[in-house]
Design a protein around this ligand. Structure first.
Ligand SMILES: NC(=O)c1ccc[n+]([C@@H]2O[C@H](COP(=O)([O-])OP(=O)(O)OC[C@H]3O[C@@H](n4cnc5c(N)ncnc54)[C@H](OP(=O)(O)O)[C@@H]3O)[C@@H](O)[C@H]2O)c1
Length: 294
């Protein structure tokens, strides 16, 4: 079988970088990792010629405008990157028969549910970033119903910027921290999500008819406060952590109280066993320790 070429956008992000760590396990694919300088999502007019030049059979779009609070004011750019660019990728993918996998967020929901969000639950974005992602999903699927959208939540890794790394730093700098305890969700280790994405691509290559929306997050539900406590415990740090409520920590963009994604569809269709977030957190902290960061 000829080697398939995979274009990965957002090469320096958490997910893009995690995918780059897996390439040796997938010798039957050629990976092209593109950062913003090589593939800028704010320039959709250039996509078709760029993609024709690279000639991938598969595109994994991990790039996104992820500055959730800044999106409330930097609206044009966040719409361009999270909505217009995804629609154009979907159009070009359809035109050139390319498999497109792109990512979305738990913030497409309102955060008011009491039971996990299904892939078909109505979109009702909790903030402007969520709106840009929700519109990107809906419009891209209209243009090309064969694309795959994986919604995820609370992504962490030993690379890039995320809650886990911020906590590791702050717990060493400060004697105490106040952490929100009334927002509930499922943390996602970027490495696990990268692995699931590759499993999905292998399944597609084997002829599985996968398309539409999927949810992926690690097993287990927690709060930011409990997440921080576990990070502290694993790292053996002594910082005091106190629970606070959301109203004590105002942010420009509203955050959902309940953000739990139901992942049964991806588990069943791919036969996936998703690791528990606590096991994945331990793995991630080991990786950081190996890099002498913690
Ligand atoms: N992080 C989370 O907690 C979370 C939660 C739910 C869903 N998601 C979704 O999951 C996917 C992967 O997220 P992640 O955690 O890997 O995000 P990330 O670490 O913030 O990485 C995003 C990457 O996109 C790049 N990017 C931003 N603007 C770009 C542009 N105009 N052109 C090209 N690249 C651009 C960034 O580059 P620069 O750094 O150079 O700007 C960065 O490397 C995204 O779709 C995100 O929306 C993430």
């Amino acid at each position: 079988m000829p080697i398939k070429k995979i274009l990965v956008t957002g090469a320096n992000g958490q997910l893009g970088w995690s995918l780059s760590q897996l390439t040796t396990q997938y010798p039957s694919f050629e990976f092209i990792f593109a950062d913003k300088s090589m593939f800028d999502l704010s320039k959709p007019a250039l996509f078709e010629s760029l993609i024709q030049k690279i000639a991938p059979q598969i595109i994994i779009n991990t790039a996104a405008y992820t500055a959730v609070d800044k999106a409330e004011t930097e609206k044009d750019l966040s719409v361009l990157v999270n909505t217009s660019a995804v629609v154009e990728l979907a159009r070009v993918a359809k035109l050139h028969d390319i498999v497109l996998i792109t990512f979305s967020t738990d913030y497409v929901f309102n955060g008011l549910a009491k039971t996990p969000y299904l892939t078909e639950t109505k979109r009702e974005p909790v903030n402007f970033y969520g709106e840009t992602k929700a519109n990107g999903e809906a419009l891209a699927l209209e243009v090309n119903p064969h694309i795959i959208i994986i919604r995820t939540s609370w992504v962490f890794s030993s690379h890039g910027n995320n809650f886990f790394k911020t906590m590791c730093r702050l717990m060493k700098e400060r004697a105490s921290l106040n952490i929100v305890s009334d927002q509930i969700g499922r943390p996602t280790y970027a490495h696990d999500l990268a692995k699931a994405t590759m499993q999905m691509i292998v399944a597609i290559q084997q002829g599985k008819p996968l398309k539409g929306i999927y949810h992926y997050a690690n097993q287990g539900v927690t709060s930011w406060f409990e997440f921080a406590q576990k990070i502290k415990q694993n790292a053996g740090l002594s910082c005091d952590i106190f629970p606070i409520v959301t109203s004590q920590f105002p942010t420009p963009a509203k955050r959902p109280a309940y953000s739990v994604l139901d992942t049964q569809k991806i588990e069943q269709e791919l036969g996936l066993e998703i690791p528990h977030w606590e096991a994945s957190l331990l793995d991630c902290q080991k990786k950081l320790a190996e890099q002498n960061i913690i």
